[in-house]
Design a protein around this ligand. Sequence first.
Ligand code: ADP
Ligand code: AMP
Length: 217
Amino acid sequence: MIIVLLGPPGAGKGTQGDRLSERCGLPRYATGDILREAVRLKTRLGLEAKSYMDKGELVPDEVVLGLVRDLLGSADAKDGFILDGFPRTVAQAEGLKALLEDQGRKLDAAIYFDVSEDELIRRLSGRRVCPDCGAVYNVHTEPPAVPGRCDVCGGRLETREDDKDIATLRNRLRVYRESTEPLLEWYGRDDSTLHKLYAAGSVDDVYERLLKVVGCS
Ligand code: ADP
Ligand code: AMP
């Protein structure tokens, strides 16, 4: 199964994608996580991506498509995968389609996470991440058992650089509306691919709804 998780920053794609990945036994490829790791390691990719990410802009299509081409060619992608945060532009969606066609495969579902803008700001401003194991928390909605500490590995929780400043946060939402939202129309042309997921409510409630859309048992 090949699934794309679509939606604005903070909609819960990573949170739900993680659960789905475990349940379905499929790898989750989150381009944002991969780019952040590249920035941290100061690789060529990271140095290229950093200035865009700091401003809340999109990394150029050809850079991200190069990254995804490598992921799709890897052995662990052969039984399917979940893409989280990719594609983000129509050019990326077209690139993905071409890459899949080259492999004789096609996308099974694009799931759109529908959340109000007020809720997105609340989720983004409360997000905390563990730099050691990648676990994601929220001080308002999904707090760790011990404030500031990761439940999984005890790491010291951090706020993502691009979640710190309200101007960057709003810019990411603007970029989403301008560059990514057109994908709803693009994927919507084929009515069996696009699924709208009402993504307000608790993590458990959203997960329950998600499983009704992607029925991997
Ligand atoms: P995305 O990957 O779409 O940017 P995340 O999965 O990182 O979003 O979620 C953004 C923030 O909102 C995180 O702090 C997460 O803990 C929290 N969150 C995710 N889903 C929900 C939900 N259904 N209700 C409340 N908070 C949520
Ligand atoms: P995310 O973790 O998905 O919120 O992504 C964080 C940042 O990484 C974004 O604001 C972009 O700068 C960059 N990024 C992640 N995925 C993509 C993508 N598919 N295309 C372009 N830029 C991306």
